[in-house]
Design a binder for this molecule. Structure first.
Ligand SMILES: *Cc1c(COP(=O)(O)O)cnc(C)c1O
Length: 353
């Protein structure tokens, strides 16, 4: 056995996906399953396909390429790099876009490759990450791209609660839906996709705020069982599909406050400490290169996370009923940030069950 090791329960991920796909279907919404948090791992991708997603979506073209063997339409989530237009057309069926210059390049590549590439135009409803912010620019962009060969405007979309923390609601989602209607009216076309955001829109499922939306791009809610507007658990989902196992390399009794003059820690921050007196501490062989120590939760609830450096995770095991020794394994549930990092780290063994 190699540690650190990530145990991934694909049955739980499939179950979560079914729950969300069914919930979304009641609103007439199809789910694009977002694979980036698990680096487009094939077994996990199979689980979300079995769970009923209608599209596969990822922010990186490298991951989209990994998904080649799956038949579902693939959406590139991050705005395409101008330098990657050829790969985007070759491997993705659809991409999210906001730049005319890039769409012109995609059009050229599509003509060259004899393909029609689907485009979802991104609208910024105030979160201030990607998308066209102002209404008139949306129409001027469509004016410029409507005659480009090799691309088809499939619809519009938005992304919220990513940079600005703006929560989707009836007002901003309503604006998106109205912009869609106005496009259909002005250009006499039918938009196939109105994509109303990510896992932060999940809390609106079942309400009329999502009326007119027919697509959501979901990642975190499928793997973690939480919606991301308020961080609430979603009924009938698991939050422990990913369990990290780390091995203890030192278990010793020490004070809880360092001795000596305090300078900077390994990452250039000035640390602060809670004085709990003399405590039993354990060091696990895993660190910030593999995880985010603020997004891991010990299964043993009596363990306190003290901190981490690149390769060491330090925990306080004093209150636990277990007498942890060097060589023992400590298990953690992971939140989004640590699923992302453990999946990305080449030093973490992955075991699919
Ligand atoms: C990552 C991403 C998503 C998925 O977000 P979750 O919060 O994981 O559901 C959706 N859309 C875009 C554009 C993204 O980059």
């Amino acid at each position: 056995m190699t540690y650190p090791r990530l145990i991934i329960d694909t049955k739980k991920i499939k179950h979560n996906t079914e729950t969300l796909v069914n919930l979304a279907a009641k609103n007439g919404i199809e789910v694009a399953g977002v694979t980036k948090v698990f680096c487009a791992n094939k077994d996990i991708t199979k689980a979300i396909i079995d769970g009923g997603v209608k599209y596969l979506a990822d922010s990186r073209i490298e991951n989209i390429i990994k998904l080649k063997e799956f038949d579902l339409p693939k959406i590139l989530l991050r705005l395409p790099m101008l330098s990657q237009a050829d790969e985007v057309v070759e491997y993705a069926d659809i991409s999210l876009n906001s730049e005319v210059k890039v769409l012109e390049a995609i059009s050229k590549s599509a003509i060259k490759q004899g393909k029609i590439h689907g485009v979802i135009l991104m609208v910024d409803l105030g979160d201030l990450r990607e998308g066209i912010y102002c209404g008139e620019e949306i129409f001027s962009t469509i004016d410029k791209i409507k005659d480009l060969k090799g691309i088809e405007l499939l619809g519009i979309g938005t992304n919220l609660t990513c940079y600005g923390g703006v929560i989707p609601d009836e007002n901003n989602i309503g604006r998106l839906v109205n912009i869609g209607k106005e496009i259909e009216r002005r250009y006499g076309i039918k938009l196939q996709i109105i994509s109303g955001g990510n896992s932060s829109s999940v809390y609106l499922l079942g309400s009329k705020a999502l009326n007119g939306v027919n697509n959501l791009r979901l990642g975190e809610s499928l793997v973690c069982g939480t919606e991301t507007a308020y961080g609430k658990r979603i009924d009938n989902t698991y939050n422990d599909a990913f369990i990290l196992e780390a091995e203890i390399i030192e278990a010793k009794t020490k004070p809880s406050v360092p001795t000596g003059k305090i300078g900077m820690d390994a990452f250039g921050n000035t640390p602060s400490y809670v004085d709990r007196g003399i405590r039993e501490r354990a060091i696990c062989a895993v660190g910030k290169q593999d995880l985010d120590d603020t997004s891991i939760i010990p299964l043993d609830e009596k363990i306190i996370i003290l901190g981490a450096s690149s390769d060491h995770l330090i925990v306080d095991v004093t209150d636990s009923e277990t007498n942890y020794q060097t060589g023992d394994i400590i298990k953690f549930k992971l939140k989004y940030g640590s699923i992302l990092k453990t999946m990305t780290s080449a030093y973490v063994d992955k075991k699919i069950i």
